[in-house]
Design a protein around this ligand. Structure first.
Ligand code: ZN
Ligand code: ZN
Length: 211
């Protein structure tokens, strides 16, 4: 694996700015890979062995993607919206996994590791780089029971919503009695319909490209 400095520079380039979250995410990923014996997660021989579960959609998640190469679109990154600054690193070859949590104490402790910095944001940025892993993180050995349809590769399972006919892939249907429903039809969607369910193109104003 590349050095911390190289990995940080890459993650800052994709994330768009240097922030404490980039430092945390890079260090979390390096620790996760070390614990799992994964030498270089982006190298061909390791690429398909790592899966990461992130628990927050904030800065550190971009760094985790940058360092590990795990992506939602590749199904090697899973997002569980817990609002916790933590991620679980799973070695798919051994099933070994570790959940790494950014500690609340480290927020206060950062200043002790960067006393020369006057600004609290810079104290965090510097402090997080100098703090030992044991202060920055808590680590839990965990077991992730992955279902076959959560794995990368072609969909292993699909169902058809008995209400709207939408095909639901990867085991995400909601079962109600003998019925399989898509999540919105089951009333568990993240949105509410404010118009007709079926597309009404006459209601949609689309600017034509007049080049
Ligand atoms: Zn950021
Ligand atoms: Zn449906």
């Amino acid at each position: 694996m590349e050095s911390f400095e190289e990995l940080l520079a890459e993650s800052v380039a994709t994330h768009g700015h240097l922030c404490a979250g980039q430092v945390i995410g890079v260090r979390m990923s390096m620790l996760g890979c070390r614990l799992l014996g994964i030498e270089d997660p982006k190298a061909p021989e390791w690429r398909k062995k790592l899966m990461v579960f992130v628990e927050i959609d904030r800065c550190a998640t971009d760094a985790i993607q940058s360092v590990t190469g795990c992506r939602l679109g590749k199904r090697s990154l899973k997002f569980y919206d817990y609002g916790i600054n933590a991620a679980t690193f799973l070695n798919l070859a051994t099933q070994e996994s570790y959940r790494i949590i950014s500690t609340e104490e480290s927020r206060q402790r950062a200043a002790c590791f960067a006393p020369e910095q006057p600004d609290p944001a810079l104290q965090q940025l510097q402090g997080y780089q100098r703090m030992p892993d044991a202060e920055l993180f808590a680590v839990q050995r965990v077991r992730v029971d992955l279902q076959p349809w959560q794995m990368p590769g072609p969909p292993r399972r699909q169902a058809t919503c008995s209400r709207c006919g939408q095909v639901v892939r990867d085991g995400r249907e909601v079962v109600r009695g003998v019925e399989a429903l898509c999540t919105p039809c089951a009333g568990e969607g993240y949105f509410r319909l404010v118009g007709a369910e079926k597309t009404d193109w006459s209601m949609l104003t689309i600017e034509e490209n007049k080049s």
